[in-house]
Design a protein around this ligand. Structure first.
Ligand SMILES: CC(C)(COP(=O)(O)OP(=O)(O)OC[C@H]1O[C@@H](n2cnc3c(N)ncnc32)[C@H](O)[C@@H]1OP(=O)(O)O)[C@@H](O)C(=O)NCCC(=O)NCCS
Length: 300
């Protein structure tokens, strides 16, 4: 939906599939390390008509996404205004537009700490879910606990019952998200592995290449052994010394272990917080989340 030009002469319009390349160019220039062209395209596919761009004389100056997963909940993200056009209320106009699109739904998203004050001004609050940071490290040390010698089996996601996997995902995410997983698992070059214990799913994770290395997300695991087995598998599936990125809740128990074991290569790329407007669904298994999908598409 186009809106009239404002005094700065930019207009806000819905994005189309023709905008994908330009949106990715701006994401890349912004240095969003955990993103790739394939991820950007997948998120555009997932959120469908929830993408909006600010445009002036045919140039995209910024954009934002809002994903209405159902009638009660939305996930905004991917808010970027080109550096040379900041401070002209383009970000605010984009947030207003996506705000109308999301309507009265409660919203849940990740804000990097530097931008949190802007979201607070706009009526959002910190979520009780706490902090969430982007880390980069090399997967070198993932000790598997002794008691995990038997019982665990690692499978490709297409080898397990789809409904069991969806139910497992919903045990974390609360809101069923079949369409999202369908798109996410099919991102070219991504691998999704499921771990079972005595035939029951106890974890799963996805890894995919990004320009700066590889990104793991999501990674959910009920036990430390399941988490470390998944991570060990991912370490063998990528070139040695590849940087691996995790968007990790600070509540993550195995995440803390992973950071401690690999502190020699650890870099904190940014620090952020979960934010919300209206209360997001409670998330009792957050401490078992080693990586969320991505900060920009939140989906938690
Ligand atoms: C965050 C961003 C989108 C803001 O866009 P913008 O067009 O410069 O913002 P606006 O001019 O619309 O500012 C709107 C309001 O937010 C405030 N604001 C903007 N950026 C802010 C920041 N980083 N911290 C605090 N307040 C901020 C402005 O002062 C203004 O407040 P006012 O209404 O009281 O005058 C832009 O800085 C950007 O692209 N940053 C890099 C990408 C990024 O960090 N995205 C968000 C990830 S969570």
């Amino acid at each position: 939906m186009a809106v009239p030009k404002n005094e700065n002469c930019f207009k806000i319009r819905q994005a189309t599939s023709d905008d994908v390349e330009e949106i990715w160019k701006i994401v890349k220039q912004e240095g969003w390390a955990s993103c790739s062209f394939q991820v950007t395209r997948a998120v555009i596919e997932i959120a469908e008509d929830g993408w909006f761009v600010a445009e002036q004389d045919g140039e995209i100056l910024g954009f934002v996404m809002g994903y209405n997963i159902n009638e009660t909940t939305s996930f905004p993200g991917f808010l970027i205004v080109k550096p040379e056009h900041r401070g002209k209320y383009i970000g605010k106009a984009l947030l207003n537009e996506v705000g109308s699109y999301m309507g009265d739904r409660r919203i849940s998203f990740v804000a990097i700490l530097q931008v949190e004050p802007m979201y607070v001004k706009l009526g959002n609050t910190r979520s009780p879910r706490g902090g969430v940071n982007l880390y980069s490290l090399q997967l070198r040390n993932m000790p598997i606990p002794q008691e995990a010698k038997v019982d665990y089996e690692l499978k490709d996601y297409i080898e397990v019952d789809w409904k069991d996997l969806l139910d497992y995902d919903t045990s974390f995410h609360i809101i069923p998200r079949e369409r999202v997983l369908n798109v996410w698992f099919e991102i070219p070059e991504s691998k999704t592995k499921v771990i079972q214990q005595n035939g029951k799913i106890v974890g799963y994770g996805t890894i995919k290449p990004v320009p700066s290395g590889h990104v793991i997300g999501p990674l959910y695991a009920d036990t430390t052994a399941a988490c470390m087995i998944l991570l060990n598998y991912f370490a063998t599936a990528i070139p040695a010394n590849s940087k691996v990125l995790f968007t990790m809740p600070t509540a993550s128990e195995d995440g803390k272990r992973l950071l401690e074991y690999n502190k020699d290569t650890l870099i904190v790329v940014w620090k952020g917080v979960f934010m919300e407007k209206k209360q997001a669904p409670s998330f009792s298994k957050l401490h078992k989340v080693v990586a969320i999908f991505d900060s920009a598409i939140c989906f938690l």
